[in-house]
Design a protein around this ligand. Structure first.
Ligand SMILES: Nc1nc2c(ncn2[C@@H]2O[C@H](COP(=O)(O)OP(=O)(O)OP(=O)(O)O)[C@@H](O)[C@H]2O)c(=O)[nH]1
Ligand SMILES: [Mg+2]
Length: 395
């Protein structure tokens, strides 16, 4: 009978929410759930950090009344991030969740958002979040200037640091939102739910899960969220949260594979440049004689040094940047090296020279400026593309 039902678990972390949690459980069970299509098997999981105000007791009473309502009683207060991860594990292992909501007990997340979010899952989305920034969404009317300012600036920085210049920068308008639904299969079940892996166990977890879930290729959408004003209880956002959240977004971007690879690629490219300049000097000083033809000598010295730089780039990128796809077989090594050499000539000499010639004919003689433009605008991006797509293609 339950086989074609879809199980959605609403995970609600609480710390001293005695003023709202009972009402929330009642509201969901008597108003929200009955309005949903019969195929949804809705469950509520409250993860309570042993709240001194008796939140846990209220939930445990409600769980006797409603068989779909569960209490996960934490023995310690480990932060909202840790609470969610515990809740995710429990939802998957004990409640067989197909979908998991992240939801607040204090009525700031309107239960009316739930049907639309479920429908999006039905349409094939994997990850849907409530956004205050898109049409139809809003911040609480009662928020003071300071809170609005922190929230706006904070989200912009988070978006920039985590996603710029990639498409998610434009798609994720509200990275600090707490209202989310995630498809378990392929996503929550692929996340590392060990909280030692979180950069922070408190609010910054939101960024990390957002980043990692999108990285798994989740089909993503935002729905409008009219974020309400907290009606009862106290805000748990700690003072240090802002700085901590900034640290988290930097760490997320810094330790991402892509960033690490790109940095290594940059360092090796910079080293190649040094090899080219220093190498040309060394070759010249070795080969020079009192009767040398200087123009011929400079040309030869530069050509030799450039080849040395190409070899250095190839060898070190193979050993370090693309170590995960390292070329080891001698036969492939040689054929890739030939390709690498040819592409280096095209991306480093042919294309830049033609573009510089064209720019000069249009705008006049600004050689140094053009060199900077072609190196950063053409050679570096083209090399990055060729290395990833042809030389060290992922298997
Ligand atoms: N289990 C658990 N829940 C927590 C912890 N810290 C916060 N929460 C809960 O996480 C939810 C979100 O925290 P809030 O303080 O409401 O944060 P907010 O909604 O962004 O901010 P406000 O507008 O001030 O309410 C609330 O339901 C809290 O009770 C914690 O350490 N453990
Ligand atoms: Mg709140």
């Amino acid at each position: 009978m339950t086989s074609n039902k879809q199980i959605a678990v609403i995970v609600i972390p609480t710390y001293n929410e005695a003023g709202s949690i009972g009402e929330m459980i009642e509201y969901l069970n008597t108003k929200t759930f009955p309005s949903l299509d019969q195929k949804w098997d809705m469950k509520i999981l409250v993860v309570d950090s042993n709240s001194p105000d008796g939140t846990g007791k209220i939930v445990s009473e409600k769980s006797k009344k409603y068989s779909n309502t569960f209490l996960f009683a934490e023995t310690s207060k480990d932060g909202i991030g840790a609470a969610y991860l515990k809740g995710f594990k429990y939802s998957m292992e004990k409640l067989n969740a197909d979908f998991i909501f992240e939801f607040d007990s204090d009525f700031q997340h309107p239960p009316e958002s739930i049907p639309g979010m479920l429908q999006a899952m039905d349409e094939g989305y994997d990850y849907v979040i409530g956004s205050r920034k898109i049409k139809g969404g809003s911040n609480p009317k009662g928020w003071g200037f300071k809170r609005v300012f922190l929230s706006e600036v904070g989200s912009m920085i988070a978006r920039l640091v985590m996603f710029f210049p990639f498409k998610n920068f434009f798609k994720v308008t509200d990275p600090t939102t707490g209202l989310k639904i995630t498809r378990v299969k392929g996503f929550t079940d692929h996340l590392n739910l060990d909280f030692s892996h979180l950069y922070t166990k408190s609010f910054g977890y939101k960024f990390q899960l957002l980043f990692e879930t999108l990285k798994l290729g989740a089909k993503f959408k935002e729905v409008p969220l009219q974020f309400g004003l907290r009606e009862t209880g106290e805000s748990k956002i700690e003072k240090q949260a802002t700085i901590e959240m900034l640290m988290v977004v930097f760490k997320i971007r810094w330790y991402d594979d892509f960033t690490q690879k790109f940095l290594k690629f940059g360092i090796i490219g910079g080293f190649g440049f040094v090899v080219n300049v220093v190498g040309a000097k060394v070759f010249k000083s070795i080969m020079i004689t009192p009767t040398s033809n200087l123009s011929y000598l400079n040309g030869i010295a530069n050509a030799m040094a450039s080849e040395l730089a190409i070899i250095s780039n190839f060898v070190f990128n193979n050993l370090w940047t693309f170590a995960a796809n390292k070329i080891t077989s001698p036969k492939i090594f040689i054929s890739k090296f030939i390709t690498f050499n040819l592409s280096s000539i095209v991306t480093g000499i042919v294309i830049p020279s033609v573009v510089i010639a064209i720019l000069t004919s249009i705008f006049g003689d600004y050689l140094f400026l053009y060199q900077i433009i072609v190196i950063f605008g053409l050679t570096i991006p083209l090399n990055w593309f060729v290395y990833n797509k042809f030389i060290w293609k992922k298997k």
